[in-house]
Design a protein around this ligand. Structure first.
Ligand code: 9MR
Length: 406
C-alpha cells in the first residue's frame, strides 16, 4: 500500500512537472514542424497568437533511425496490409531502417500445401515453398535501405501439422525422425537460398529457432515439449539441427539468432540449452522479444538479462518490443513513454560502453489498433493515421520525459 501511495506521488509529481510548467508536452500537444501542420491527422498544436512564437520540439524534425544511426538499427514488424499501404510505408521508411515480416515469413505462410501434397512421394523430403508473399516487402526493404530480420525458420507454432506427417496429409501418422530432419534441412536451405540469391545481403539476422524453451511444461532441460511437433518427431536435438543447417546454408551475411519471450525468467535455462550450439559455432545471438507491460522494470528484465547473455558470449537484439498498458490515459501514456525511454537508454548506453553487442531494436508493429495486443495500446503510433504517441518521444529519449523506475 505504501509503495502504491509512493508510486501515485511520483506519477503526480511527474505529471505536474510536465503539465504544470505550461511548456510543451510530447504527445498531448506534440509540437509540430510547419510541414506537419498541414497534416490534419496529427494532434493539432494550439494556434499561436501573433505575438507568441510557436513552440517547437526539436525532436519533431528528427527520426528514430537517425537518432540511433551510430548505435543500432531501429526496426518494425509489418504485416502485408501495411506493406501494401503506400502512405504508411512513407512513415516506415522515414523512421525505420529494419523490418520483420509479422507473419508472412513463417513456415505456415511459405509452405505450399497443395503443391507439396500433390507432389508426394517426390516431395517426401523436399517440401515445396512459395515466396510470393514476401517479395513486395523484400523489394521495398531493398529499395529503401532497410535491413530485414528473417522470422522465423523453426518454431512449434505457425507451422502446419500436415508438414510433420508421412504423406503430408493432416490426419496421417507422424513421420520418422530421419525424414523430419531431412525436411527441416530442406526447408531451411530453400528459405535461406531464396533470400540470399534474390536479395543478397538484405537479411542481416535469422531467427533460426523461436520459443523453444519453456521451463513450465518443457522436458527436464526446459525444452518445449507439449504441442511441439519438432520435439515429437526429432526430439530435443531439433534445436541443434536447425542451427547446424542454418550455418551450413548461410552465405555469412546474416547472424543466426535464438529468439524467445520472457527471457528474464528463463535466462540461465536458455544459456544451458544453447551451450552446445554455441560450442559448435552455429549461433551468434539471442533475440529478446520484450513483450512488456508498464509494470515491468526495464533494468531488471531487459538490461540485466541482455548483459547476462552478452557476458555468455552472445550478441543481443531486442526483436519484438511492445509495452502494454491496461487503459490508455494521459498518466499511463506517460509511464509507457518512460519505459520506452528507459529501454532505448539502457540499450544505447550498454552498446556505447561496450557492454552489450546489440545491432537492432525492433518494435512489434507500427500502430496500436493492428497490434496483436491492440487492447493494451503497446506501440508508438496510435491508429492508421499514424499519430505519434508519447512513446515515440520516449524512444527518442525526449529530455522532457523523465526516466526512473520504482
Ligand atoms: O504478431 C503476430 C500475430 O499477428 C499472430 O497472430 C501471432 C500468431 O502466433 O504471432 C504474432 O507474432 C508472434 C511472433 O511471431 C513470435 N513471438 C510472439 C509474437 C506475438 O504473439
Amino acid at each position: 500500500m505504501k509503495r502504491f501511495t509512493a508510486f501515485l506521488l511520483l506519477v503526480s509529481l511527474l505529471v505536474f512537472s510536465l503539465a504544470g510548467c505550461g511548456e510543451k508536452k510530447p504527445s498531448e500537444a506534440p509540437t509540430v514542424t510547419p510541414s506537419e501542420e498541414a497534416t490534419p491527422e496529427l494532434t493539432a498544436t494550439p494556434t499561436p497568437t501573433p505575438t507568441e512564437a510557436p513552440v517547437v520540439n526539436p525532436l519533431d524534425s528528427m527520426t528514430l533511425k537517425d537518432r540511433y544511426k551510430d548505435v543500432f538499427k531501429v526496426g518494425v514488424a509489418l504485416p502485408n496490409s501495411v506493406i501494401s499501404n503506400a502512405s504508411q510505408m512513407e512513415v516506415v521508411k522515414e523512421q525505420f531502417n529494419s523490418m520483420t515480416f509479422e507473419n508472412e515469413m513463417k513456415p505456415e505462410a511459405l509452405l505450399d500445401r497443395e503443391a507439396t501434397q500433390k507432389g508426394y512421394p517426390d516431395t517426401k523430403t523436399e517440401p515445396i515453398l512459395k515466396f510470393g508473399g514476401i517479395e513486395r516487402g523484400l523489394r521495398f526493404a531493398e529499395e529503401n535501405g532497410l535491413g530485414v530480420r528473417g522470422h522465423t525458420l523453426c518454431w512449434y507454432s505457425q507451422t502446419p501439422a500436415w508438414f510433420f506427417t508421412v504423406d503430408y496429409q493432416p490426419n496421417s501418422a507422424l513421420c520418422s525422425k530421419e525424414v523430419m530432419i531431412a525436411r527441416l534441412e530442406s526447408y531451411i536451405k530453400q528459405v535461406m537460398t531464396y533470400c540470399q540469391t534474390n536479395h543478397p545481403g538484405l537479411i542481416y539476422a535469422w531467427d533460426v529457432v523461436n520459443e523453444a524453451v519453456d521451463p513450465g511444461t518443457g522436458d527436464a532441460n526446459g525444452i518445449r515439449k507439449g504441442k511441439n511437433l519438432w520435439y515429437e518427431t526429432i526430439g530435443p536435438e531439433f534445436i541443434q539441427y536447425a542451427f547446424r543447417f542454418a550455418r551450413k546454408y548461410s552465405d555469412g551475411t546474416a547472424d543466426l539468432y535464438y529468439n524467445d519471450y520472457g527471457c528474464a525468467n528463463k535466462r540461465t535455462i536458455i544459456v544451458k540449452v544453447l551451450a552446445p550450439i554455441l560450442a559448435e559455432g552455429n549461433i551468434d545471438g539471442i533475440g529478446m522479444q520484450s513483450h512488456l507491460s508498464t509494470g515491468d522494470n526495464i533494468q531488471n528484465t531487459i538490461y540485466k538479462t541482455a548483459k547476462y547473455f552478452a557476458s555468455e558470449g552472445y550478441k543481443v537484439q531486442i526483436t519484438e518490443l511492445d509495452i502494454g498498458v491496461k487503459t490508455l490515459n494521459e498518466d499511463t501514456e506517460l509511464i509507457q513513454a518512460m519505459k520506452y525511454k528507459l529501454l532505448f537508454q539502457f540499450m544505447e548506453q550498454a552498446k556505447l560502453n561496450g557492454e552489450i553487442d546489440i545491432d537492432s531494436v525492433t518494435v512489434w508493429g507500427l500502430y496500436d489498433t493492428i497490434s496483436w495486443r491492440s487492447k493494451e495500446h503497446p506501440l508508438m503510433y496510435q491508429t492508421f493515421k499514424l499519430n505519434r504517441k508519447m512513446a515515440w518521444y520516449g524512444a527518442m529519449q525526449d529530455p522532457e520525459i523523465k526516466a526512473f523506475e520504482w
